[in-house]
Design a protein around this ligand. Structure first.
Ligand SMILES: N[C@@H](CCC(=O)N[C@@H](CS)C(=O)NCC(=O)O)C(=O)O
Length: 210
């Protein structure tokens, strides 16, 4: 259920042929579940996702991988054409989710992060999600009424909240957005594919939060 799940969902959304390798990012070093290959050999930055292309090149960074995939099938309309203002709007969201939401949530998973630091992160997150909540008041998705790769990314990020006990109660529009995407065939198929792995690898116990 890491951020890489957004790429997995988009692969299914686009119907692109692919293989998924699961990575245990709780083990040190991180390893591939399949054969215990040390993951840093594939991505020296040691973070998922990494996309191995037919050319042999490895592409990393979720915001870029999502654009790369969507550009393979422009007819899917998951991402407007390069150079258009609509495209920059999606990129604007990808950047905001990546730097201001994703990296605010990450520390909440870290058992070594002091509670006071986590509280600051939760406050920052609340401020940023309030902005998202306002946007979703009058439209179904982040950039309007069409689902894009940015929605998949936000969906995976905010789907983490039961794990770090961040209450989505004050964000009813965001909750509706979550439910809307959770009923997409791509998510249902994704969940079917990861269910066994997720159940076999429960997340570590997180310290209780006030
Ligand atoms: N800059 C990377 C960050 C990806 C990232 O934070 N991945 C997390 C999972 S959501 C991870 O692999 N963490 C393991 C680690 O940092 O050791 C991106 O945007 O793709």
């Amino acid at each position: 259920m890491a951020c890489s799940s957004a790429a997995h969902m988009i692969l299914l959304e686009l119907g692109l042929e692919h293989e998924i390798e699961f990575v245990d990012i709780y083990s040190q070093p991180h390893i591939l579940l399949k054969d215990k290959t040390v993951y840093a050999i594939i991505n020296p930055k040691n973070a998922v996702p990494a996309l191995l292309l037919d050319s042999g090149q490895v592409l990393t960074e979720i915001g870029v991988i999502l654009q790369y995939l969507a550009d393979l099938k422009p007819s899917s309309e998951l991402l407007p054409a390069a150079g258009t203002m609509e495209r920059y709007r999606v990129m604007e969201w990808l950047s905001f989710i990546g730097s201001d939401i994703h990296k605010t949530i990450g520390p909440l998973f870290n058992p070594k992060m002091p509670e006071a630091g986590k509280e600051i992160m939760r406050q920052n997150l609340a401020r940023r999600l309030s902005y998202v909540e306002q946007i979703l008041k009058n439209q179904k998705y982040l950039t309007g009424d069409s689902f894009t790769i940015a929605d998949a990314y936000l969906f995976i990020m905010t789907g983490w909240q039961p794990y770090f006990k961040f209450d989505l109660g004050p964000y009813p529009n965001l909750k509706t957005f979550q439910q809307r995407i959770a009923s997409r065939p791509s998510f249902l198929k994704f969940f079917e594919q990861v269910r066994e792995v997720v159940h076999a690898m429960p997340l570590p116990e997180f310290p209780k939060q006030s």
